[in-house]
Design a binder for this molecule. Structure first.
Ligand SMILES: Cc1cc2nc3c(=O)[nH]c(=O)nc-3n(C[C@H](O)[C@H](O)[C@H](O)COP(=O)(O)OP(=O)(O)OC[C@H]3O[C@@H](n4cnc5c(N)ncnc54)[C@H](O)[C@@H]3O)c2cc1C
Length: 577
C-alpha cells in the first residue's frame, strides 16, 4: 500500500472542499485535496441560479430577513444558531468571493447583480419577494468552482485527482486518516492526517430521476455510517420541481425568478391555487407537491407526468443575457426553443438536507449530539449543521458550502499545531483490506447495474415526494433483497486500473445503506414536514416531531435516536405562502 502524510487532507473538491483548502493554504499549512473526479468536474460546477446573501443591492434587504426565510423554509427543523450565523457570514463571504475573482453579473453601477428565488421575501416573510440570489448569468457554480480552483493552484494546494476514498480509519482517540483507490494506477493508498475534512457532496443519484451528476452517490455519508457514526435527518430529500422531462436535467429556479409560469394541461397557472401569494416563488417542497398533485388529478400535459414551464412571454434579451445555459440545454436536449415553446418539466431528486452531524465549527460529532470526534470534519452538502432542516431554500447551498467550507478550513488550520498524527491501527487496516480482497476474489453472480437500477426505481416509487407506511415497508423488504444480491457481486479477474465495476461496487455499497437510513427515518417520522410528506400523516406534528433524527448502523441493524432542534428566536408557526 502506498502511504501519504499531510497535516490536513480534504476529501472532495467541490465548492466546500476547495473553499476549505484555500483557507488552510492561506494559513500556510500543509494541505492536500483528494477527489474522485478532476476538481472542476465536481457537481458544484452545475449550480445555475445563484448564491444567497442579503446584500440589498437591488432593494432593501437584511440578514435577519434571510434568517427568518431560512427558518420558515426549513419548516422550523433547522438549528437557529447555525442559521443566524450562516445568514450573517453569507454577506461577508459574498464579498470574499468577489475579491478572489468570482465573475458575478453586475448592476448598471457595478455591484453584484441579484435575482428573485423561491422562499426569499422581505420584512420577515410579510413583504414582497426580494432579490437575494447573487448571480453569474445562469452559471454560478461554474464561476465559484473555477475561481476557487485557480486560487488553490496559486496557493500550491496539493491535488490527488481521480482518487476514490473507500474507508475512514478511526482510532479510539479520533480520526487517523483514510484509505483511497487510485483509478489510474489501480492501487490502494493510505492517507494519514491530523485532520480530515469530508466534503463529498450529496446522494441524489439514489433516485431514478435526478438533477445530479452520476458521481453523487453519497460516499462520504456512507463511510461515516460504516464507521459506526450517525447520520442526521436523512428522510429529508429535496425534489426540485423543474427537472427537464423526461431526463431530470435541472431547469433552474432562476427561470421562475425571472418571471416563468407553471402551467397545467388546461393552460392554468395552477400554483395560484396552492400558494396564492407567492405563486411560482413558493419554496420547492410546496411546488413539487403541487406538480405531483396536478399530475395525479389528470392535469399533466396530455395525461403525462409533467407540466409546462412557460417563458415565451419574457423578452428575448433577458433570456439571452440571464438564462443562456437554460436556453442551450432546452435546444440541445429537448429540441425546444424556450422563447417559442413551453419547457416540459417534472420534479427530480436534487439535494440531501440531512447528512453528517456537525457542530457550528464543522466538527463531526461522535454520537451526533455534543462531543466532537477529534480530527474529523465535514462541510457542504454531505454535512448537516443544520441550516436547511426539512427543506432547503434555493441558493442557500452554494453559500453554505462557501461559508462552512471556509469555517472548516480555518478551524483545521488552528487545531493542527496542537495535535499529533495518530498511529494507523493495524487491525482496522487489515479488516478493510480483507473486505476489498474478498470482493476482488469472489466470482460474480449478480449484475451491479441491475441492482443499482432496481434501487433507484424503487426508491423513487416508494420513498419519493409522497410517502406512506405500506410503500416504505415494501421498500425495506426490497432493500433487504438488494443487499442479499449485492453480497453476490464479485469482481474476480477484474483489473483495478480505471475499473468502472470496482467504482460502482464501492458506491453501491454506500447507496444501499443510505437508502435504508432514509427509509427508516421516513417510516418512523409519522408527520409531514418540509420535503418529507406522508399521505397517511399529512399534518406537521410539533408536539412529537420537532426533533432531529439520528441513525446509526450497528452491524446489520439500523438504530434510531433523536435530538432537540435549537430554537433561539422564531417559534414554529404555520407555513403559508
Ligand atoms: C444541477 C444543479 C444545480 C444547482 N444549482 C444551485 C444553485 O443555483 N444554487 C445553490 O445554492 N445550489 C445549487 N445546487 C446545489 C449545490 O450546487 C450543491 O449542493 C453544492 O454545490 C454541493 O457542493 P459540495 O462541495 O458539497 O459537493 P460537490 O460539488 O458535489 O463535490 C463533491 C466532491 O466530492 C468528491 N467525492 C465524492 N465522493 C468521493 C470519494 N469517495 N472519494 C474522493 N472524492 C469524492 C467529488 O469528486 C467532488 O469533488 C445545484 C445542484 C445541482 C445538482
Amino acid at each position: 500500500m502506498i502511504e501519504h502524510k499531510h497535516e490536513i487532507v480534504i476529501i472532495g473538491a467541490g465548492i466546500a472542499g476547495l473553499a476549505a483548502a484555500l483557507e488552510v493554504a492561506i494559513a500556510g499549512k500543509d494541505v492536500a485535496v483528494v477527489s474522485k473526479v478532476f476538481p472542476t468536474r465536481s457537481h458544484s460546477v452545475a449550480a445555475q441560479g445563484g448564491t444567497a446573501a442579503a446584500l440589498g443591492n437591488m432593494e432593501e434587504d437584511h440578514w435577519q430577513w434571510h434568517f427568518y426565510d431560512t427558518v420558515k423554509g426549513s419548516d422550523f427543523l433547522g438549528d437557529q444558531d447555525a442559521q443566524a450565523f450562516f445568514c450573517q457570514e453569507a454577506i461577508k463571504t459574498a464579498y470574499f468571493l468577489e475579491h478572489i475573482g468570482v465573475p458575478f453579473s453586475r448592476t448598471e453601477d457595478g455591484r453584484i447583480l441579484q435575482r428573485y428565488f423561491g422562499g426569499h421575501y422581505s420584512n420577515f416573510g410579510q413583504g414582497k419577494p426580494v432579490r437575494r440570489a447573487c448571480l453569474a448569468a445562469d452559471r454560478i457554480g461554474h464561476a465559484m468552482l473555477h475561481t476557487l480552483f485557480g486560487q488553490c493552484l496559486h496557493y500550491k494546494v496539493v491535488f490527488y485527482n481521480e482518487f476514490l476514498a473507500t474507508h475512514l480509519i478511526l482510532h479510539d482517540e479520533g480520526c487517523a486518516g483514510f484509505l483511497a483507490w487510485s483509478l489510474a494506477e489501480g492501487k490502494m493508498h493510505i492517507f494519514q492526517a491530523k485532520a480530515v475534512l469530508l466534503a463529498t457532496g450529496g446522494y441524489a443519484r439514489l433516485f431514478e430521476i435526478s438533477t445530479n451528476s452520476a458521481i453523487n452517490t453519497g460516499d462520504g455519508m456512507g463511510m461515516v455510517l460504516e464507521a459506526g457514526l450517525p447520520l442526521e435527518d436523512m428522510e429529508f430529500v429535496q425534489f426540485h420541481p423543474t427537472g427537464l422531462y423526461p431526463w431530470g436535467f435541472l431547469i433552474s429556479e432562476g427561470v421562475r425568478g425571472e418571471g416563468g409560469w407553471l402551467l397545467n394541461n388546461d393552460g392554468e397557472r395552477f400554483m395560484s391555487r396552492y400558494a396564492p401569494e407567492k405563486i411560482e416563488l413558493a419554496p420547492r417542497d410546496v411546488v413539487s407537491r403541487a406538480i405531483q398533485s396536478e399530475v395525479k388529478a389528470g392535469r399533466g400535459i396530455n395525461g403525462k407526468p409533467y407540466v409546462h414551464l412557460d417563458i415565451t412571454h419574457l423578452p428575448d434579451e433577458l433570456i439571452k443575457e440571464k438564462l443562456p445555459q437554460i436556453r442551450e440545454m432546452c435546444l440541445k436536449f429537448a429540441g425546444i426553443d424556450p422563447k417559442r415553446h413551453p419547457i416540459p418539466v417534472a420534479p427530480a431528486a436534487h439535494y440531501s438536507m440531512g447528512g453528517i452531524p456537525v457542530n457550528i465549527n464543522c466538527e463531526v460529532l461522535w454520537n451526533g449530539k455534543e462531543e466532537p470526534l477529534p480530527g474529523l470534519f465535514a462541510a457542504g452538502e454531505c454535512a448537516c449543521v443544520s441550516i436547511h432542516g426539512a427543506n432547503r431554500l434555493g441558493t442557500n447551498s452554494t453559500m453554505e458550502c462557501a461559508v462552512f467550507g471556509r469555517r472548516a478550513g480555518k478551524q483545521m488550520a488552528k487545531m493542527v499545531d496542537k495535535r499529533d498524527f495518530l498511529p494507523l491501527p493495524n487491525r482496522t487496516l487489515k479488516e478493510k483490506m480483507e473486505e476489498i480482497k474478498e470482493l476482488l476474489t469472489r466470482p460474480s453472480r449478480q449484475n451491479i447495474t441491475e441492482i443499482r437500477e432496481r434501487l433507484q426505481k424503487s426508491m423513487s416509487q416508494n420513498c419519493g415526494i409522497l410517502r406512506e407506511k405500506w410503500g416504505l415497508m415494501k421498500q425495506l423488504e426490497i432493500l433487504h433483497q438488494l443487499k442479499i444480491a449485492f453480497k453476490e457481486v464479485g469482481l474476480r479477474g477484474e483489473s483495478l486500473v480505471f475499473s468502472l465495476a470496482f467504482q460502482q461496487a464501492l458506491e453501491l455499497k454506500h447507496m444501499l445503506n443510505l437508502a435504508e437510513a432514509i427509509v427508516r427515518g421516513a417510516l418512523a417520522r409519522t408527520e409531514s414536514r418540509g420535503a418529507h410528506y406522508r399521505t397517511d400523516f399529512p399534518q406537521r406534528d410539533d408536539q412529537n416531531w420537532l426533533k432531529h433524527t439520528l441513525i446509526f448502523k450497528k452491524g446489520n441493524q439500523f438504530v434510531l435516536d433523536y435530538k432537540p432542534v435549537v430554537i433561539t428566536q422564531f417559534q414554529p408557526e404555520e407555513r403559508r405562502f
